[in-house]
Design a protein. Structure first.
Ligand SMILES: Cc1cc2nc3c(=O)[nH]c(=O)nc-3n(C[C@H](O)[C@H](O)[C@H](O)COP(=O)(O)OP(=O)(O)OC[C@H]3O[C@@H](n4cnc5c(N)ncnc54)[C@H](O)[C@@H]3O)c2cc1C
Length: 392
């Protein structure tokens, strides 16, 4: 990465996070995203981070850039978890095009460049892949896609996608959203890009809002449910099986989500420590133990996150997949447990929505449900536990 530009980005995100932290009470009460927050992040250069340098972005290789990206989203999440989660979906989606170059597929390479140009130009990417009843497993998609004669908005073939989708974090803010469907004449699902910018949600142009996001945590993420009915889309130009693409992108995606929740936990622990320090000599034995264990949970969470980043830096794909999924699942458990312990030490006031801990306790629960959600993640944890990669 170009040192000065990344340094500028890091400085800007640090300043933004510091400002947002000062607005915590108001931000935690939000149920909607604010366009200005995303303009600020775009102007700071955050969207460019996911595009390779030769496409006008700031990305080198996962081995050197993943840590920088994760640390930025971790810092943002300590200030505003919902904005950080939505924002982290951008590199998590662009990752599908980043991770798998293949010069033998000219259409794929051209589409990759078009996706990178979009990210470098400040277009916000997100995803509405999840389908009710699929458990986050894209092989269970019931959505369908038919080719159309429309002018494609991105290099590739134009399609129209139809199906029920939910959890579209960032709807209303995003310009492009990834989804999955089975293309006409094919038996396996693949990825499609939806053009969602300024598209109405009343069913008149392919998108119908079926349920507004009412999450008890990550409350402002606008993770709405939508019915896609002939929604304009472009098919992934990769012409082989999907698995290598999803596997290659997996470690970065898992680590980005882990970073977001770790950022929330960082802030909860710092805030709790300030309060506990004032009454440390009055704590009962039980409270001392619970706080010590919460602090230990946080320390372990930081170590496993570091382990995942180091595995990505090591460059071995199997080790990176092994470590990043374990880090995601471990941090999901640790963060929930740590918040519960902190609440017990700080008292019943943490049950009130006036306490930041009430919101944080729910925000951290998102990690276990984020892709791959609990059941699907544990299928892989079990399978890879029998024959782990060498030296994970
Ligand atoms: C805060 C938050 C933000 C998110 N943001 C996004 C986003 O931006 N984009 C996105 O695409 N997703 C997003 N997700 C969704 C996430 O990635 C998972 O896909 C989603 O949580 C899966 O939902 P579920 O476990 O309730 O599964 P569901 O699909 O509702 O399934 C419920 C249960 O049924 C089981 N099941 C699945 N299939 C079957 C079957 N055929 N028969 C019987 N049982 C079955 C599952 O294992 C699961 O236990 C988000 C989730 C959260 C919490």
């Amino acid at each position: 990465m170009a040192e000065s530009t990344v340094a500028d980005l890091e400085r800007s995100i640090g300043e933004i996070a510091a400002r947002w932290r000062g607005e915590r009470a108001e931000r935690q009460a939000r149920r909607q995203l604010d366009r200005q927050d995303f303009d600020l992040l775009r102007d700071a250069g955050l969207l460019k981070l996911a595009a390779p340098r030769d496409a006008g972005g700031l990305w080198d290789r996962a081995e050197s850039s993943a840590r920088i990206a994760c640390e930025l989203y971790r810092r943002l999440a300590s200030a505003d978890p919902s904005v950080a989660l939505v924002s982290s979906m951008h590199p998590a989606v662009v990752a599908f095009w980043l991770a798998s170059p293949d010069p033998s597929q000219p259409d794929w390479e051209e589409q990759r460049q078009a996706v990178f140009a979009s990210a470098a130009a400040g277009e916000q990417w997100g995803t509405i892949t999840s389908e009710p009843g699929s458990g986050g497993d894209i092989s269970r998609t019931r959505a369908t896609a038919s080719p159309t004669d429309a002018e494609p908005f991105l290099h590739g073939r134009a399609y129209a996608v139809t199906g029920e989708k939910h959890f579209g974090s960032g709807f209303g803010i995003t310009d492009r959203m990834m989804t999955t469907a089975i293309a006409q004449g094919e038996s396996d699902p693949t990825i499609f890009v939806l053009d969602v910018r300024d598209r109405p949600w009343d069913g008149s142009a392919g998108l119908k809002l079926t349920a507004e996001w009412d999450g008890i945590g990550m409350a402002a993420t606008q993770s709405h449910a939508m019915r896609l009915d002939g929604a304009p889309a472009v098919k992934l130009a990769w012409n082989r099986e999907l698995d290598p693409i999803t596997r290659a992108a997996g470690p970065l995606i898992a680590s980005l989500f882990t970073a977001v929740i770790l950022g929330v936990l960082d802030e909860a622990v710092v805030t709790a420590r300030e309060q506990i320090a004032k009454k440390a000599d009055q704590l009962r034995a039980y409270e001392q133990v619970e706080w010590a264990r919460a602090e230990l949970d946080h320390w372990v969470a930081v170590q496993v996150y570091e382990g995942a980043l180091r595995a990505i830096e090591g460059g071995d794909p199997a080790t990176a997949s092994y470590a990043s999924l374990r880090a995601k699942e471990a941090v999901a458990e640790l963060a929930e447990t740590a918040l519960r312990r902190i609440s017990r030490v700080l008292g019943g006031g943490t049950f009130s929505l006036r306490s930041p801990f009430a919101r944080w306790s729910e925000d951290v629960r998102a990690l276990g449900f984020l892709r791959p959600p609990w059941g699907l993640a544990y299928d892989t944890l079990f399978a890879t536990s029998i024959d782990p990669p060498a030296g994970p």
